[in-house]
Design a protein around this ligand. Sequence first.
Ligand code: CP
Ligand code: NVA
Length: 317
Amino acid sequence: MKTPNLQGRSLLTLLDYSPEEIRYLLDLAKQVKEEARAGKKPMRFSGLSLALLFEKRSTRTRCAFETAFGEEGGHPVFLSTADIQLGAKESVEDTARVLGRMFSAIQFRGFKQSTVEALAAHSGVPVYNGLTDSFHPTQALADIMTLEESFGPGKGLTLCFVGDGRNNVARSLMVICSKLGIHFTVITPAALNPDPALFERCGVLASESGARLHVTNDTAAVSGARAVYTDVWTSMGEEDKKAERTALLSPYQVNAALMAKTGKSDAIFLHCLPAVKGEEVTAEVIDGPQSRAWDEAENRKHTIKALMLATLTGGVR
Ligand code: CP
Ligand code: NVA
């Protein structure tokens, strides 16, 4: 197979990435992780710069971008909304034009998907979505890398997302699973069912890849799952919905009883983090032997480095 060329590409949703392009990023991430384990640090980002725009808080995403880029000679610049005019006194389009003149790439974490799309449309450099209200595509790459570290190629495996079925993480998992032929079940109360338009779009992708997509409010549907995934009940920016979400999602807590319903003693537990232990997951599960959440956090760095290598340096051929 010809190596995909991702030079100059942005990553906004993953919807516009082919299964081959996603596979290439995952393979590159594996190679990057092996290099890290061997203590290799080639200076592949030397002379490049990265603007890191944050409207929302972050531990993993910021640190993954900053360390992955910096340790190979790149210059990351952190810019929060306290530092920069982003739609405040200057339009997003004008900010994009200016940053594109100064930086090799831009990462955006914030509220609206339209902001990251506008940055990509007007900057002329690769733009990476580090989480919006709608999608979290770099997270999905790390999630599948982690799943495959346990079970090998994801095609034909079943991943169950238990929790807020309409949030950014569930949406990005639905996209990547549909593309890669990974069966994906969303277990969520009906009030939090995934967006029907995205579900329909992913259904078409799934029919091409062989993935089965399923939405249910019955936790018994974890039966047969190789991985159980959850996320916070209340995402950033939705803090006013905390009481409502707690009421809706309490029956969906991932605990030892729910993990046992998979019927598989080697089923793994995944979480994008940060976690609220005692709410969406018990400490027993996330800190227990089935949890791969900490590998998953580390894999954010390897997948993000692979993404930047592929889009900024042409990858490793
Ligand atoms: N999973 C994740 O995106 O973590 P941060 O919010 O800490 O970046
Ligand atoms: N759904 C969560 C993910 C955090 C990484 C949020 O948006 O807050």
